[in-house]
Design a protein around this ligand. Sequence first.
Ligand SMILES: O=C(O)CCC(=O)C(=O)O
Length: 255
Amino acid sequence: MAGTSQEDLRQWKQKFDQDGFVFIRGFLAADELAELKRELDRYISARVPELPRTDVYYEDRNDLSTLKQMAHMKQHEPYFAKMIVRSKWQQLAETLLADKVVPQELEWFNKPPQLGKFTPPHQDGYYFMLEPNEAVTMWLALDPVDESNGCVRYVAGSHRLGLRPHGRTEVLGFSQGITDYKEKDRKAEVPMVAEPGDLLVHHAMTVHRADGNASQRHRRSLGLIYYAARARQDKDRLAAYQQKLNQELQTAKKI
Ligand SMILES: O=C(O)CCC(=O)C(=O)O
């Protein structure tokens, strides 16, 4: 997609408001995708070896081919710091949130072949602690993604139904998951089958999850997060959340 027209933006906003997510086919053109992949390869070979453990996760630390997550990339690399404020991305976030936005995070996810774990059902807003809980997460496919390698699944319309109860999970990178996920939620799931360059965007309140990767293929993606300028971090909720995490950690240590 070369440019983004006002009509495209209007239609995406309509879908986003209705369902809590929008699918944008070919958001990156082939040349844009090729450049991004080159930068990612360079980052993995040149920067990752020197980054702290908090910013790079492996399924198995002894096997570098099992790289599963890279966080805080805009802090480590000017290319990604520039990318997240590039108009194509930021303008889309501003349109969907109907506000100015604060670029928050740029991270990379993989589910390595046969090793990639499931993503528990959750709402990003549970982690963000915003008031109002207004933010978007963008998810750019870097590989062909389908049901066999753990595509993202959205519960359509869930962004209008409030925050669900979350509790501790054992999944690295997703410590909190919805505790009352029901058959009704599963029935409303929409599997997001995507090709490299396709973009998914969801609201902070949209419930989503993914299966593990049972295939022989990688399942890589890039995530960009923007908060609405009108959203403020709720300090009381953040303090309560930190306390809950600490308690969970203490309990886990005792078991
Ligand atoms: O890639 C996944 O499985 C989950 C991603 C996700 O939860 C998110 O981007 O908010």
